[in-house]
Design a protein around this ligand. Structure first.
Ligand SMILES: [Fe+2]
Ligand SMILES: [Fe+2]
Length: 201
């Protein structure tokens, strides 16, 4: 890949992110490269998208809003309300406009890493899941997710959504339509069968 090197990206991450977030980004890159190997995706690209996925995570509100202005993005009311969604959208624009990395695959993998969406590409799915299974993650079901994601990325995505959507609802937060559309798509594809097998075995 031409342009900025992964080493330069790491330096930049170190300067922009808190230490824990920097470590998380390195781990997501590693997990993404492993999943790329398993599923036959572009390993270098997945590694790089993993490195970059949280590039604006620790940015102040003004920086996100400036990036939205630059990219001509108008936030929907629920996007405006849920600031946790901002870094996925602003991160993609940072990569495109500030780092000048002209790569649609990396752009959309970062853009949709928080909400997911229906019709995700392989690299989008890999970054979405790598974010859940990176080495430092230690939530109660992380081992289920780690086992599931090497069998089926989509089953792992459904497993994650079965937790994250109710969690948002319990906390009184909005649920982004892209996540609901992804959930519906996976249910209609019959991905819950794997889930049920998993739960009953
Ligand atoms: Fe993120
Ligand atoms: Fe992340």
């Amino acid at each position: 890949m031409r342009g900025i090197s992964d080493e330069k990206i790491k330096e930049l991450l170190r300067s922009r992110l808190k230490e824990s977030r920097y470590i998380h980004s390195l781990n997501v890159a590693e997990s993404a490269a492993e999943l790329a190997e398993i599923y036959g995706a572009d390993k270098e690209k997945c590694f790089r998208a993993g490195l970059l996925h949280d590039i604006t995570k620790n940015a102040p509100d003004e920086e996100h809003l400036e990036l939205f202005r630059l990219a001509g993005i108008t936030l929907s009311p629920d996007e405006m309300h849920n600031k946790k969604l901002w870094h996925a959208m602003s991160g993609a624009e940072y990569i495109k406009h500030i780092l000048k990395i002209d790569d649609e695959d990396i752009y959309s993998a970062v853009r949709y890493h928080t909400t997911g969406r229906a019709g995700m590409s392989l690299i989008e799915k890999i970054i979405y899941i790598a974010d859940f299974v990176s080495a430092e993650r230690d939530y109660s079901d992380v081992n289920v997710m780690r086992a599931l994601c090497v069998q089926s990325l989509e089953s792992a995505m459904l497993y994650a959504l079965r937790y994250t959507i109710p969690d948002l609802i319990r906390k009184g937060q909005t649920v982004h339509k892209d996540s609901l559309e992804l959930y519906n798509e996976l249910i209609l594809k019959g991905k819950d069968e794997t889930y049920d097998t998993q739960r009953n075995s």
